[in-house]
Design a protein around this ligand. Sequence first.
Ligand code: SAM
Length: 313
Amino acid sequence: MDSGPPTIRYLRVSVTDRCNLRCPYCAPWRDRTSASRAELLTLEEIDAAVREAASLGITKVRVTGGEPLARADVGMLLAALSSIDSLEDLALTTNGTLLRARLPDLLASRFRRVNVHLDTLDPARYQALCGVAALDEVVAGIDAAIDAGLRLKLNAVCESGLTLADARDLVRFAGQRGIDVRFIEAMPVAGAGAGERETAGRIETGLRAELGLVDEARDGVARMFAIPGTAARLGFITPSHARFCAGCDKLRLSCRGILRTCLFAGGGVDLLPSLRAGDLAATRAAFQDAMVRKAALGGREGCEVSTMVGIGG
Ligand code: SAM
């Protein structure tokens, strides 16, 4: 339901457009134009941008990519961002392959929230899908992170090959660890996702029938259900079935400094020049414009689809 212009509170920050996995629905290896080191925002520039955004009312920040943990200074970035008092929520989205290795860096600040993207617990399926035999390392990273006190959620993309057995295993895995798992309908990015909408519906129907799901309160855009017999929940994020553009409160900053009002918005505003010049007033003005524009549009702007890895899913 459209309840008026959203207040813009949420900023997703992509810190790299490179990834060590090859998930077909995200397609980083098809992005021939990965940013060079000089084109990437530095830690200090990202920190400055987020501080300006926070001064205008952004209270939630998610660090993403590409694979954010592939960037060596991500721990320092999270430490810097976690010192912004007005941020109520600071989180990271990762594929988990480097989680165990980066854990000491992540624990060096008050940052505590991680979403781990994991589509299957079948090692052969994982390798076929993601292109790397990294499942054991991801699971080890998840368990190490939970033991260390990080708060985790799992995200599974409902690509066409996702089976009910995969979903069932993920629900069991999450339930055993007391962490939430969300099944995300694959979006039509870089040619992926087309024809895959029915996968999310198929998985939801199958899990509902098997588990006798009990409704819980929504978690942002996710419809949540208790996982019977556990403290964990499962959720479904299905944009094509439940339009939530009207309530969308997100802005996105790419690793090259492009500020967009929507994942699918083309163009955007280039903040790199003002950030590199240390012009905080211009940076703040660009955020202000984007917030006003987003609120006025009340949702989706344009539809120039890029790769998830480049725009920061
Ligand atoms: N590398 C990190 C990861 O794997 O989580 C962060 C970047 S990834 C682009 C962020 C999120 O986007 C992941 O949860 C991933 O599952 C999701 N994602 C990627 N491609 C998608 C698509 N076509 N539709 C929906 N979600 C997608």
